[in-house]
Design a protein around this ligand. Structure first.
Ligand code: C5P
Length: 219
């Protein structure tokens, strides 16, 4: 039990960016590599959990013992997450696109005349907030908040407004997006832990340790 502290638990992880299609050959995306989410899925599996990883488009190998579901858009990710519930713990590390194109062009948009096409955007569903509000809300729900400024303050607000238990606030003002290192603050109810900068793998291990402690102590 000691070395497999999540044995018997089902952990859902979202990771990577989403791609929001414009037409058959173009999409909107962001710089997320998926490394932090994949490291968390790997650490959860190593801790003995059954792991479902809902992944946006990334260039990473599936961690050992992880059940991976590939999606492209935020709407696809929302559906895959709904279908994965119920779980004991969800860690939502995906960098979900805030907006998608309002209308998908099912043929390639052509260069024509002088004026470039205007992209009309519409808001994507907030997957994390809808899991928080769901009847199947996990016992422990963890979100991420990538910020370039006022990192902890924004994360505190986000924890409350989204109705989640913990927020991993990460400072993405440096080389975090795509890099191997991360600098995070774990924002809990009435408590913030400032972690030293470390590798994404170490962030994952430490987070999984805290999750196991919380589940096993029921506090
Ligand atoms: O609001 P913001 O995008 O900063 O929130 C980040 C957190 O919310 C992350 O955990 C991310 O995975 C989640 N999120 C989501 N669906 C969205 C936007 C964000 O699940 N549409």
């Amino acid at each position: 039990i000691e070395h497999r502290p999540l044995y018997g638990k089902h952990v859902l992880v979202t990771a990577g960016p989403t791609h929001e299609p414009i037409d058959p050959v173009r999409y909107l995306a962001n710089r997320s590599s998926g490394k932090q989410g994949y490291a968390i899925a790997a650490a959860a599996a190593a801790a003995g959990a059954k792991v479902t990883l809902v992944s946006g488009p990334v260039h990473l190998r599936t961690p050992l013992g992880v059940d991976r579901i590939d999606v492209e858009s935020a709407e696809d990710m929302a559906k895959a997450v709904r279908e994965a519930l119920p779980v004991d713990v969800a860690v939502m590390a995906a960098a979900v696109a805030d907006w998608r194109t309002k209308e998908y062009n099912d043929i390639k948009i052509k260069k024509r005349g002088a004026a470039p096409p205007a992209l009309v955007l519409t808001e994507n569903p907030d997957i994390l907030a809808s899991v928080a509000a769901s009847a199947k809300r996990p016992d422990l729900l963890v979100g991420f908040a990538a910020e370039t400024n006022d990192v902890v303050d924004n994360a505190r607000k986000k924890r409350k407004s989204k109705g989640v238990d913990w927020i991993v606030a990460n400072d993405v003002s440096g080389d975090v997006m795509g890099g191997n290192d991360n600098h995070v603050h774990l924002v809990k109810e009435g408590k913030v832990e400032h972690w030293d900068p470390m590798t994404k793998q170490d962030v994952a291990t430490k987070l999984i340790e805290e999750i196991a402690e919380r589940l096993n102590n029921d506090d």
